[in-house]
Design a protein around this ligand. Structure first.
Ligand code: HEC
Ligand code: HEC
Length: 251
């Protein structure tokens, strides 16, 4: 896969926002409403059970061609797929999220079938591979890092594999890789958590929270890739399966 490196001065980007791209409407009630909308708006092409028809593809396979996140699903539903019969829908945001949650639910039952690894072995790997240097789970790890608490109800097996093997495939701007060089010569890399006029807060690659005065910086850049390392080649295929199995238990 060709990776586009994208270097920009930080100032072009607005303050890091804490707005999460995760579906905010995921209660059982929301999903039930989503199901109702789905049957009235989408079933004619995607089938009442979402498994597809002659008019539209199966949406229950656990991966999507045009989306690999909640935000991606939201975009597909609001914008449609240009050049195909998949229309964009202009319902309100809440309704779109509810439909997205319903579709996600269809995939989660599928997901349980697909995760075939050993979850206990995966949990041991989770500890030994130092995932908690950057992530937060069950009261441990990097408290400002991305929480994996309900990852099992947010990502399909395919998406988890992508997250582990190709972390930079679909990375949101707030996770772009920050790198700065201090006037002292020290280089710091990691995830930019916050920025104001005078300082920047970075979760560095060793899991340490660093407050940096901008006046101490000689240079800085932001790259369109994740600070998460790829586990491709570091772990065997079986180990990846074990880790994914463990992640699916986090709900
Ligand atoms: C007129 C038929 C039609 C209707 C109605 C329709 N879709 Fe689609 N949808 C399609 C087609 C065709 C595609 C495949 C586009 C392509 O070729 O990639 C698609 C693709 C999608 C995809 C992307 C699948 C992927 O693998 O990336 C999603 C998600 C989706 N539709 C959701 C919905 C939802 C939700 C609704 C109702 C709000 C809906 N669709 C209504 C025809 C339809
Ligand atoms: C050096 C820091 C770092 C380490 C170590 C790390 N991650 Fe990540 N991880 C991130 C960042 C930053 C993101 C968000 C950006 C992205 O999607 O890549 C992320 C994203 C993820 C996601 C996708 C989350 C979502 O909501 O889409 C999963 C799953 C994940 N990591 C699991 C793991 C596991 C399991 C390990 C250990 C085997 C691990 N990570 C190790 C930094 C790290």
């Amino acid at each position: 896969m060709v990776r586009v490196l994208f270097l920009v001065p930080l100032g072009l980007y607005a303050q890091h926002s804490d707005t999460s791209l995760v579906n905010p409407f995921q209660s059982p009630d929301d999903r039930a409403r989503g199901a109702v909308f789905f049957r009235s708006q989408c079933a004619s092409c995607h089938g009442a059970d979402g498994k597809g028809s002659g008019q539209g593809p199966n949406l229950t396979l656990g991966t999507f061609r045009h989306a690999n996140s909640d935000e991606g699903l939201f975009k597909v539903i609001t914008k449609g797929v240009p050049g195909t019969t998949m229309p964009g829908f202009s319902m309100n945001g809440r309704e779109i999220w509810q439909i997205a949650g319903f579709i996600r639910g269809l995939n989660l039952s599928r997901m349980a079938e697909q995760a075939k690894g050993n979850a206990a072995a995966g949990e041991a790997l989770f500890q030994s591979q130092n995932c908690l240097a950057c992530h937060w789970l069950k009261g441990a790890g990097a408290s400002r890092g991305l929480s994996l608490a309900s990852i099992g109800s947010r990502l399909s097996v395919g998406e988890m594999r992508t997250a582990l093997l190709e972390p930079s495939a679909d990375v949101a701007p707030e996770y772009w890789h920050w790198q700065g060089k201090l006037k002292t010569g020290e280089t710091i890399k990691g995830q930019r958590l916050n920025e104001d006029t005078f300082s920047i807060q970075v979760l560095d690659s060793t899991g340490r929270l660093r407050g940096i005065d901008k006046s101490d910086l000689a240079e800085q850049s932001l790259e369109r890739k994740s600070s998460m390392p790829s586990f491709q080649g570091r772990l065997t295929e079986a180990q990846i399966g074990d880790l994914v199995s463990y992640l699916t238990t986090l709900k």
